[in-house]
Design a protein around this ligand. Structure first.
Ligand code: IPE
Ligand code: IPE
Ligand code: MG
Length: 233
């Protein structure tokens, strides 16, 4: 299954404790490590984490710099363990506004983990769902024979095929998508929790997966029946 997470609430977590927002982001990075480890043990095939939205460039320059440094350090420190545990790491989003050091780190991490087959971890950095669809549309206009989902994968540098999101989690109490995986989440089950991201841990992930199991997905069909087969009936 494909789980997407909007990791929100680092700033408020820190403010509540009299800490700086930067400290909140550092704790958020630790939560990423724990949740990725937990996901490898669960029935999660793809985990897409929203780490930095295209609109997050509008934050104060200091915070943006800190987040970019943190992303780079996190990728460097986690690469070996991801490779050992069969976690294939990739970064989705735009590449043209990231600095060269981060781009090099992304390339190294993607190369070192490309054979991973237990979990596909996609970090969304400089990602905008709307912009991804716009780019995919222009790729599709130039190559009409190509499936739209392949165009979308190309637009965001996602390895393999685009897969629908099954469960979309947002921490931090807000109930909005903030431009995350708009196309992929057409039939995603939405789960909003007030827990701030640095406090989201393995039990929280397990609770979210259990809640997902209790949902009845219908995909426009009739309750209790399995997925309709296209063209029959
Ligand atoms: C999420 O936490 C991390 C990023 C958006 C990069 P926030 O920084 O948005 O935390 P809040 O929402 O201000 O608490
Ligand atoms: C969404 O959180 C982006 C990430 C978690 C990376 P934001 O904090 O940027 O979203 P808004 O501004 O509350 O919608
Ligand atoms: Mg926020």
């Amino acid at each position: 299954m494909h789980v997407g997470i909007i990791m929100d609430g680092n700033g408020r977590w820190a403010t509540q404790r009299g800490l700086t927002r930067a400290q909140g982001h550092r704790r958020g990075a630790q939560a990423v490590r724990d949740v990725v480890r937990a996901a490898t043990r669960e029935a999660v095939d793809i985990l897409t984490l929203y780490a930095f939205s295209s609109d997050n460039w509008s934050r104060p320059a200091d915070e943006v710099r800190h987040l970019m440094r943190l992303l780079k350090r996190h990728l460097i420190s986690e690469t070996a363990e991801c490779a050992d545990n069969g976690v294939q790491v990739s970064v989705i989003g735009r590449r043209d506004r990231l600095d060269r050091g981060l781009l090099q780190t992304i390339a190294n991490t993607e190369a070192a983990t490309e054979r991973g087959s237990s979990l596909q971890l996609r970090l969304a950095i400089d990602y905008s769902g709307r912009e991804a669809i716009e780019r995919a549309a222009s790729i599709h206009a130039a190559h009409p024979d190509k499936a739209f989902s392949s165009c979308l994968a190309e637009a965001i540098h996602s390895p393999g095929e685009i897969t629908p999101v099954d469960l979309l989690i947002r921490t931090g109490g807000e109930r909005r998508l903030s431009d995350f995986l708009l196309w992929e989440s057409a039939y995603a089950e939405l789960l909003f929790t007030d827990t701030y991201w640095p406090d989201f841990d393995e039990p929280a992930l397990l609770a979210a997966l259990a809640e997902f199991q209790r949902r009845e997905r219908r995909f426009g069909g009739v309750p209790g029946l399995t997925l309709p087969e296209a063209g029959t009936g």
